[in-house]
Design a protein around this ligand. Structure first.
Ligand SMILES: NC(=O)c1ccc[n+]([C@@H]2O[C@H](COP(=O)([O-])OP(=O)(O)OC[C@H]3O[C@@H](n4cnc5c(N)ncnc54)[C@H](OP(=O)(O)O)[C@@H]3O)[C@@H](O)[C@H]2O)c1
Length: 336
């Protein structure tokens, strides 16, 4: 008897969006301590597109090659997060039950771009509150966790401080403006004209449209600047930071990260960069905020799974609005 099949998005080569195609594969069977999840939604994130195209910041190519393959991808499928429903439990699973609605931060383990995925019971997976949709649950992971860790842990943003978020309409930026407001900061966002109204809708009044006005001019200074775009270096923006201001570089190459350490050691202004430390409590924290309607992950585009190549093209543009969600459940599941 042939095993039941699912659809999975694969890229057998690194390259442009059309290296991705949707194929059939056997539905995996959970082992002890694992569960099988039927995926309802997942995002195509900037992280997915960097891995697909090997467009990683300078200095990280060798490490990424070791992790994800030098010539061909080692991973089964991309997808740094997923939201879905537990369908089968392996022996010994205690924290989850069949039919639980769950969201998982897969991070560099990947695998969200498929109809089903096995999750370890102890992975970064949490139950989704009833009030939160699968789309919102998966959309809060990539940008939300990065924004939270930069503002709270690296930059130590305090109530009353002035925060400037560059790239305010992106996945990380749209999360950062909301978290900044929740933390009691006076927030200003920078985005292009077509994103201004979406940023206003997230509760932010003070928005600089960079197509009309440069945020580098004027006399305003900030306690904290969060740069999610990575186009300018410290020297070009340091006049916008107060004397003891902090700059967070969400995206930075290795030379810039090393330079940041030197700047922070030798100057009153500090620069923080580097990877984030993904954990379950941040995922639960964001879900809780979302349940209380204090935080709303911004979803700019929703596409069915079969449009995954189009999804990669939109993310590759570097100008997407918020998160891009793939609706995976629209394709008929093959289990049941
Ligand atoms: N350090 C980490 O661990 C970590 C974690 C997550 C993400 N990241 C990185 O963080 C970066 C941002 O991720 P994301 O998912 O938020 O990307 P995204 O959704 O594509 O957002 C980037 C935003 O920047 C805006 N933008 C582009 N050029 C701009 C410019 N010159 N000035 C101001 N805004 C500009 C874009 O729209 P408009 O131009 O239309 O306004 C877009 O909304 C990515 O490079 C990602 O790889 C790093």
């Amino acid at each position: 008897m042939s095993s039941p099949k699912m659809l999975i998005a694969r890229n057998r080569n690194f390259g442009p969006p059309d290296v991705v195609s949707v194929e059939e594969a056997p539905i995996p069977i959970p082992k002890r301590g694992q569960m099988l999840v039927r995926i309802h939604a997942a995002t195509v994130s900037t992280g997915d597109c960097r891995l697909r195209s090997k467009n990683v910041p300078r200095g990280f190519g060798f490490m990424m090659g070791l992790m994800f393959g030098f010539k061909n991808p080692k991973y089964e499928s991309l997808g740094t997060n997923l939201a879905g429903e537990v369908v089968t439990l392996g022996d010994g699973v205690r924290q989850f039950q069949s039919k639980d609605r769950v969201v998982s931060n897969l991070g560099m383990k990947l695998g969200g771009h498929a109809q089903y995925r096995i999750l370890d019971e102890n992975s970064l997976t949490a139950q989704i509150p009833n009030e939160v949709s699968y789309d919102h649950a998966t959309a809060l992971v990539f940008g939300g966790v990065a924004a939270l860790q930069f503002l709270r842990d690296k930059l130590k943003l305090k109530a009353g401080e002035r925060l400037l978020v560059i790239g305010a309409g992106g996945a990380v930026g749209s999360s950062a403006i909301q978290l900044g407001l929740i933390m009691g900061a006076q927030v200003t966002g920078v985005c292009s004209t077509k994103k201004v109204s979406a940023v206003h809708d997230l509760g932010l009044q003070d928005v600089i449209d960079y197509k009309k006005q440069s945020w580098l001019t004027g006399t305003d200074q900030y306690d904290v600047i969060l740069d999610t775009v990575g186009t300018l270096d410290f020297e070009k923006m340091k006049h916008k930071l107060k004397a003891n201001g902090r700059l967070g570089l969400v995206i930075a190459d290795l030379p810039t990260i090393l330079k940041s350490l030197w700047i922070s050691l030798t100057q009153s202004q500090k620069v923080y960069a580097g990877p984030i430390n993904e954990n379950k409590s941040d995922l639960k924290f964001l879900l809780n905020l979302c349940q209380q309607k204090k935080f709303r992950p911004l979803i700019g585009t929703t596409l069915p799974f079969e449009k995954i190549v189009e999804a990669h093209k939109i993310v590759d543009s570097g100008h997407k609005l918020g998160s891009l969600v793939l609706r995976i459940i629209t394709l008929q599941p093959s289990l049941d």
